[in-house]
Design a protein around this ligand. Sequence first.
Ligand code: ADP
Ligand code: ASP
Ligand code: MG
Length: 455
Amino acid sequence: MKFGGTSVGDVAAFERVFRIVSEQIDKRPVVVTSAMTKVTDALLSAFDLARKNEPEQGFESLQPHFERHVEVAEHYLGEDAKQKFYKELERAKSDLSEVLERVSRRSLPVQLLKDVVVAYGELLSSRLLTEVLRSKGINARHADARRLIMTDDEHGAANPVWDETEKIIQLELNPVLKNDEVPVMGGFIAASRSGETTTLGRGGSDYSAALIAAALRAGELQIWTDVTGVMTCDPRIAPAAYTIPVLSYEEAAELAYFGAKVLHPKTIQPAVDFSIPVRVCNSWKPEEIGTMVLAESGEAPSKIKSIASKKGITILRITSARMLGSYGFMSALFQVFERHRAVIDVISTSEVSLALTLDNVNSLDQIVNDLKRLGAVEVEHGNAVVCVVGEGLRTTSGLAAKLFSTISDVNIPLISHGASSVNVTFVVKEEVVGEVIKRLHDAFFTENIAKDAQT
Ligand code: ADP
Ligand code: ASP
Ligand code: MG
């Protein structure tokens, strides 16, 4: 059972978590928690201040967040538990103040220190949640995620080393579960082979929970968040969005990858590997069923299931007559991206040109320089990808026509009908993406609300 930041945001939220866990205590759950909401952002800002040579200000900016932990502790914990937690909190504070100081002195590689700083969000929330659950009668036991999930040393977006991680999780957690205890651990954080703290990328607690579920061959992976399941689109963009009862792994993976923040993109794979059903549910409304993600989902009456989007996308266009009838060109081109460790999202090719999108422009200048050896390169910033997903796209003709005619006045520089055939992905300018999603949502879903809800 994974609880996101808003599900452990304040005093009342901890009560909801307690209820949800205690109702399913017979299923022998493992609890994975994110940092309290806004804490990860606050830690990252403190880190940035420290880098700008203002470590004290960075540390001070965290005080209100420490205070939020204290409020929860004061509300739920008895004297002993409170003292135990405050000792942890004091240690965290003094470590953080020292690490921020080191950040300003740049004494270790900066990415490594960043992970050390940001990990305190989950370290504290998981300690606090353990004590709260214990104080309310659940036999909870804290488990340190850095001892359970082993990764490479790609700080900020580390990759788990599966075989070892699987073994350690089984070895550490199975005896705890057998003993009728409930392990409680922080998501998002892990450690490299050499024992340095690493993190799995923003929103990575979902992924931590999926790894745990896979290693223990859990009956179900539950992602508890602040909306009822995966919806037809981000409810913040189109308030008419509604919950999708069932999604396939493939559909969920495409949606997560192309911006549906409700699931971290890497969450699905471990579940797929061991056929573990994933349920996405609302910790504010636990009685609502939410979304089940399963191997197969079937079609919805609306044919498409959901629309996701991701901003901050850059398009690169490479044009070269050398592409014409030659081999080896693509390989040379992709090597450039491999060399700069840049991830490509969407690709579309013609005989003499190729367009692709990147959502991370860290090494853009070097990439463009290298690509210029292969052909003419154009760069276009400020785009968004829109991804329309549904098993119905495999089988129903005319959907693409309906889709593009709904937004026929919008310029679309790039289209890709995904190789998975459950998605159509295209690019629009960032300024219009909200409007595009609203219009598509109206066209595909509004008239099907009643029918979809029944399936
Ligand atoms: P948590 O802190 O629980 O991990 P997140 O903020 O990471 O929660 O994810 C939940 C948010 O994802 C929702 O509040 C919603 O705004 C956003 N979201 C984006 N796309 C979707 C979607 N298709 N369905 C549901 N929520 C979505
Ligand atoms: N706390 C981390 C973040 O905000 C991880 C997570 O919430 O899943 O990105
Ligand atoms: Mg999340």
